[in-house]
Design a protein around this ligand. Structure first.
Ligand code: ZN
Length: 133
């Protein structure tokens, strides 16, 4: 189990250090800004939509490792999905963090790295911030 914890930490550290899709998106279809005043996280999410799908997803902002890693993973996981699929995924991430089931569903892949946040209720907001946004 500790191997898994190490792996999860590595994934989060990696996304924090080298966030994917960390950029502005001028002229995008939709953008929103989220704040987590408890931690000081700020995130801006940019979405481009084509043929009913999120053709491009990016983010900017500053915050703790958890919020950055979560945003970075989100951009990768939601790209190419329909809006409905992206919402569904956000719901599953929320369930993983606050739901009764302690084991992360396999289909979440790397996102399972965020499951350790369950144990730290104060950080759940950090992990969910980009998804809410
Ligand atoms: Zn935070």
């Amino acid at each position: 189990m500790s191997d898994l914890t190490d792996l999860y930490q590595e994934i989060i550290l990696d996304h924090n250090k080298r966030p994917r899709n960390f950029r502005e998106m001028p002229g995008c279809a939709c953008q929103a800004e989220g704040l987590n005043p408890l931690c000081g996280d700020e995130v801006k999410v940019f979405v481009q939509v084509e043929d009913g799908k999120l053709s491009d997803v990016a983010f900017q902002g500053q915050g703790c490792a958890i919020s950055r890693a979560s945003a970075s993973m989100m951009t990768g996981k939601t790209k190419g999905k329909t809006e409905e699929e992206a919402r569904d995924l956000a719901g599953r991430v929320r369930d993983m963090l606050v739901g009764p089931e302690a084991d992360a569903p396999r289909e979440l892949g790397d996102l399972a790295a965020l499951s350790g946040v369950r144990k730290f209720p104060a950080r759940i907001k950090c992990a969910m911030l980009p998804w809410h946004t």
